[in-house]
Design a protein around this ligand. Structure first.
Ligand code: UTP
Length: 283
């Protein structure tokens, strides 16, 4: 952990979306609880936050998401059954998380987009910088580096500004992402000068796609409040960060490691195979 000198300790998980691409699996179960082998997506992301010293974990939930709260709480019957048996090892990972982290929950009453979901958490975040992790983007660390959130908190110590994790994507996929462009500052860091949500190939000024890891300074809440609904009638976080980048420094960071889009069936299957082959699940 890098917690001792960490000036961020909060990580926000917006999990209120419907997960329609995984229906019917997500009819009564949150998308974030879908397992990659035997560990739910959301647990991988919380572990990544914990590794970065982000131990205040907040969820923006919606209706039908109670399984997430139950997952990060004690299950007395199960504990009693399993205590002292060889199966206890399966609970070691989740027990460590519950010992190290605090959990808070707030609700997004209407699905008005990621920007709106983040704004719903303003009262629990307060006037502090915070990380945001979208659990359906599964990030796996490279052998020579920390997890993505730990890499980003380290950069934050130096620049104290909003930071977006980005990845180069094939040009024919830019329409699926928020795309950033800007000036290269140094290795892996770009000063953002423009951002556009889900552009066409012609509109896109680069192929640098924002993935589901952010660090935000708390003034982002004011930018979100001033952001009108954009694409699909949703309050787009990309629009709010673009406004923020026009007033001050916003960085895009080309992270080390791999990322799987587990919000799509193809990415989910790819992640499952990767984690199984590399033993990245609860053994
Ligand atoms: P997605 O659009 O990928 O998630 O939002 P979704 O809506 O659940 O999935 P599909 O497209 O219907 O299959 C990215 C993230 O933002 C959260 C989602 O839970 C997901 O983690 N989100 C999105 C919210 O919390 N609230 C919203 O209003 C929108």
């Amino acid at each position: 952990m890098v917690s001792s000198k960490n000036i961020i300790n909060k990580c926000l998980f917006p999990v209120a979306g419907y997960g329609t691409r995984f229906l019917p699996a997500t009819k009564a179960m949150p998308k974030e609880m879908l397992p990659i082998v035997n560990k739910p997506l959301v647990q991988y992301a919380v572990e990544e936050a914990m590794e970065a010293g982000l131990t205040d974990i907040s969820f923006v939930t919606g209706r039908g998401k109670r399984a997430i709260e139950d997952h990060f709480d004690v299950s007395y019957e199960l504990e009693t059954q399993i205590n002292g048996t060889s199966k206890e090892k399966y609970l070691a990972g989740i027990r460590e998380i519950m010992e190290c982290c605090n959990f808070t929950y707030t609700r997004q009453r209407e699905m008005k987009g990621l920007g709106h979901a983040i704004l719903s958490a303003a009262p629990i975040i307060g006037d502090n910088p915070f990380a945001v992790a979208l659990a359906d983007d599964l990030c796996m660390q490279a052998s020579d580096s920390n997890g993505v959130l730990a890499q980003m908190t380290e950069i934050f110590q130096q620049f104290r500004c909003t930071i977006l994790a980005v990845q180069e994507v094939p040009h024919d996929e830019v329409h699926k992402y928020g795309i950033v462009s800007g000036e290269v500052m140094k290795d892996r860091l770009i000063r953002v000068t423009d951002m556009v949500e889900k552009p066409s190939v012609e509109e896109a000024k680069s192929n640098l796609a924002i993935i589901g890891r952010y660090i935000m300074t708390p003034d982002i809440f004011d930018f979100i409040r001033e952001t009108p609904p954009g694409k699909n009638g949703e309050v787009q976080i990309t629009d709010a960060i673009k406004a923020q980048s026009e007033k001050g420094l916003v960085l895009a960071y080309k992270f080390k490691g791999s990322r799987f889009d587990c919000g799509s069936v193809e990415g989910f299957v790819e992640a499952t195979n990767y984690c199984f082959e590399n033993h990245y699940y609860s053994e």
